[in-house]
Design a binder for this molecule. Structure first.
Ligand code: ZN
Length: 413
């Protein structure tokens, strides 16, 4: 799948210190420090292309973009892979509801997503992979799980025995009752007759009438969602055999902790014998004016609609970064107004030949980002700097700060 265009990243002067990045690992439930590494492997779960790109999507990809940018500022290489679930039940349901071909719906939404990511200046993944183009990888992964005794069939469909991973459940910290409830809410089928365990997850769905299917050694059908991400992550990130973990970061919204990330990690563990991700990093949800933002409530706000109404993409980017990535947070007109004012104020100060001192500002931004992407502190530092400029302080280098904001926050001002 075609990714979107590369984004230029100015370099950060080596006189600045880049402390190792610390992130909240939802597996250990603590903030952990990433080790120093030449190459980091990051997999971020992509969208199912039927309602791109709402602000919840944008907030997630912007958060991992900050991680990507920070690791690059540390002079590390980041192998970043993202998928797109271009065949799955929700896509078929939406296409049927709207009376359009599922393929046409997917194509149009993928193009819109690429265009929104480009406008928001999100660094593109090295590999942007669709489920359909990964069917070969998925079928091989199912074969590996079969060899490990972890696959059984229900009619012509194939299921993964979740308890073939002795660590199953350890990454999501849920009771069995909560697991079953959430599994049913998020696309699982705990009540299907013939399953050995209600939580066992579908890895191959045999072709249904009037639905698409692809030929494979498992018969004609299509992949389950969890095995799709496991197969794409391991197939394209090329794990380092010397590392204790297959990849460094598994990312996505916090609604993916269970079952999606638990299942992918369990399948990776059983098929390779190694732990999947060093860190599981999750972003909070975006609400609207005090309410949850969701498809069912019909109150999704889209990046493309905001831009059409005249909001600059850097203002959207800024508004979504002003609050901490891990929190569930609210979108509002007030937040948008704050971001608009911030962009106007900082643009004005950066356009002057004299500005308040910038060295400590840049260093403090690096320190705050290294601390679990503390963007609230980053914006407080910048607001303080704007005040210092307004008070007539001088001695700073506006070009250097401007380049740092571009490199670290993706704010091209
Ligand atoms: Zn995924």
């Amino acid at each position: 799948m075609k990714s979107w265009p590369e984004v230029y990243i100015p370099s950060i002067d080596s006189k600045f210190d880049t402390p190792n990045l610390q992130l909240f690992n939802s597996h250990s439930q603590t903030i952990e420090k990433l080790p120093s590494k030449k190459t980091f492997r990051m997999y971020v779960c992509g969208i199912t292309p039927y309602d791109s790109t709402h602000l919840g999507h944008a907030a997630t990809y912007l958060s991992f973009d900050l991680i990507n940018r920070y690791l690059r500022a540390m002079k590390s290489e980041v192998l970043f892979v993202e998928n797109i679930t271009d065949i799955d039940d929700p896509l078929l349901v939406r296409a049927a509801r709207d009376g359009i071909n599922w393929h046409d719906l997917a194509d149009s939404q993928i193009e819109l997503f690429r265009s929104d990511m480009t406008s928001l200046r999100v660094l593109p993944p090295k590999f942007y992979i669709g489920a359909v183009e990964a069917i070969g990888l998925v079928t091989t992964k199912i074969e590996e799980l079969k060899s490990a005794g972890a696959i059984y069939s229900v009619e012509k469909d194939l299921y993964f025995r979740v308890h073939s991973d002795p660590d199953f459940g350890s990454r999501s910290h849920l009771s069995v009752d909560d697991s079953l409830k959430i599994f049913a809410e998020r696309g699982g089928d705990p009540d299907r007759v013939g399953k050995e365990n209600p939580l066992d997850s579908l890895v191959w769905l045999s072709k249904r009438e009037n639905e698409p299917g692809w030929p494979s050694i498992h018969g004609e059908g299509r992949p389950g969602w969890h095995i799709e991400c496991c197969a794409i992550a391991l197939g394209y990130l090329q794990p380092d055999a010397q590392d204790d973990f297959l990849i460094d970061i598994q990312g996505g919204g916090n609604d993916l902790i269970f079952p999606h990330h638990e299942m992918s990690a369990a399948q990776a563990r059983v098929s390779t014998g190694k732990d999947f991700a060093r860190m599981y990093v999750h972003t909070g949800m975006i609400g609207l004016n005090g309410e949850k933002m969701s498809k069912s409530l019909g109150n999704l706000v889209f990046v493309s609609s905001l831009m059409k109404s005249g909001v600059h993409p850097m203002v959207i980017r800024c508004a979504l970064l002003m609050q901490n990535y891990a929190k569930d947070r609210m979108w509002s007109d007030d937040l948008l107004a704050q971001a608009q004012k911030f962009i106007a104020d900082i643009t004005l100060q950066l356009s002057k030949s004299e500005c308040a001192p910038t060295h400590d500002v840049i260093q403090n931004i690096l320190n705050a980002l290294s601390n679990n992407l503390d963007t609230e502190t980053v914006f407080a530092i910048l607001q303080h700097w704007i005040k210092d400029c307004q008070n007539g302080d001088i001695g700073g280098k506006p070009g250097e700060l401007s380049r740092a904001l571009d490199a670290l926050l993706g704010l091209a001002i």
